[in-house]
Design a protein around this ligand. Structure first.
Ligand code: ATP
Ligand code: MG
Length: 327
């Protein structure tokens, strides 16, 4: 992230640092039948597209894909975000291809798919972080509560559609100030510590961290454990009462106990907002998600309830992915 981007986007300060990176570094872990994670399958060859010259080109989204995107699965609450034919390219390379989705309050949507399939790009497009990448272009519509997100001031959008990154990224200041920072940035007057205290405590409580830090809110955030730091980042993100919380592999740097705590928290948070989580961990998607969207090479291949996508996938590609046949 460049200094310019930090100014443009204080809430993504010290973000995942992947702005101009190729994201091929980390490989997803296939799932065994027992649900345990194993090493990537040795010798797995990524599937390739075949170009056939003697007949018309295959449509970008074959019929099977369209049928696999179940259009109106039962929704838990009001629609918050609506995506219509959203495409994103870096230069002339398409990373997300014509994705249409509906994201509702009261539910957790998991974005799954192999490395490089466009999950992070799609997530970052939902609060306009993608536009900070010079080579990125976008088409299609994204509506937040019916309003085009491009009609909103970017910082306002990012307080309403907040984001938590893979690596916990607390600011190098106290626990209290990490949460107060977000509140102060959104306030015209700069409220004092006493005025902010109830709001900071409330956010820490909702993030499930308060009891562990209540004795000393002035301690440096960087002295917290990794799992506590991630919950602090969640507290900072939810302090402004966003409608949507975006989480890009929020547990991948955490131990199983911290992961369990965050998963419980996600479960609780969905009462008040919509959660979109990117995860490589299929068992985690199974545990936390109400809806699952499976992406492959930028296409949304399948979208439905967690049970539908894991137990009765319509597309062959989904079936292969959720059964661990490829990563
Ligand atoms: N800033 C960028 N500039 C150019 N290309 C990019 C950029 N970010 C991502 N890409 C490319 O866009 C495609 C989608 O990348 P993205 O990071 O969205 O995938 P992903 O599904 O999140 O992968 P992973 O599971 O590895 O995190 C990849 O081919 C990647 O190389
Ligand atoms: Mg990613």
């Amino acid at each position: 992230m460049t200094p310019e981007e930090m100014v443009l986007d204080p809430f993504s300060f010290a973000a995942d640092g992947r702005e101009e990176e190729d994201s091929t570094g980390e490989r997803p872990q296939p799932l065994t039948a027992a649900g345990a994670l194993t090493e990537p399958l040795a010798g797995t060859v990524p599937p390739v597209r075949t170009i056939v010259l003697d007949r018309p080109p295959t449509p970008a989204r074959p019929t099977e894909h369209r049928e696999a995107v179940r259009l109106a699965p039962a929704a838990a609450g009001p629609e918050r975000l609506s995506l219509r034919d959203v495409s994103v390219a870096y230069g002339d390379k398409e990373a997300v291809k014509s994705v249409s989705l509906s994201i509702h309050q009261g539910e957790v949507l998991a974005l799954i798919g192999p490395s490089g399939c466009g999950k992070t790009t799609l997530l970052r497009t939902l609060n306009r972080l993608t536009e900070l990448t010079a080579s990125a272009s976008r088409s299609g519509d994204i509506l937040l509560d019916g309003e085009d997100i491009h009609d909103l001031v970017d910082t306002t959008l990012r307080s309403r559609v907040a984001m938590v990154f893979q690596q916990p990224n607390p600011f190098p200041m106290s626990v209290f100030d990490n949460v107060a920072f977000a509140l102060r940035e959104q306030s015209r007057k700069r409220p004092g510590k006493r005025a902010l205290e109830p709001l900071v405590i409330d956010a820490l409580r909702r993030a499930g961290l308060y009891d562990e830090v209540a004795d000393d809110l002035d301690r440096p955030a960087l002295r917290l454990s990794g799992g506590q730091q991630q919950r602090l980042c969640i507290a900072r993100a939810i302090a402004l009462r966003p409608e949507v919380l975006l989480m890009d592999e929020p547990c991948s740097a955490l131990d199983p106990i911290s992961t369990g705590v965050i998963e419980e928290l996600i479960h609780e948070l969905r009462r008040e907002l919509a959660v979109v989580i990117v995860t490589h961990n299929l068992a985690q998607a199974h545990r936390v998600a109400d809806k699952v969207a499976f992406m492959y090479l930028g296409d949304l291949i399948e979208y439905g309830t967690t049970n539908e996508v894991f137990e009765e996938p319509r597309a062959t590609r989904t079936r292969d992915y959720v059964s661990g046949a490829f990563g």
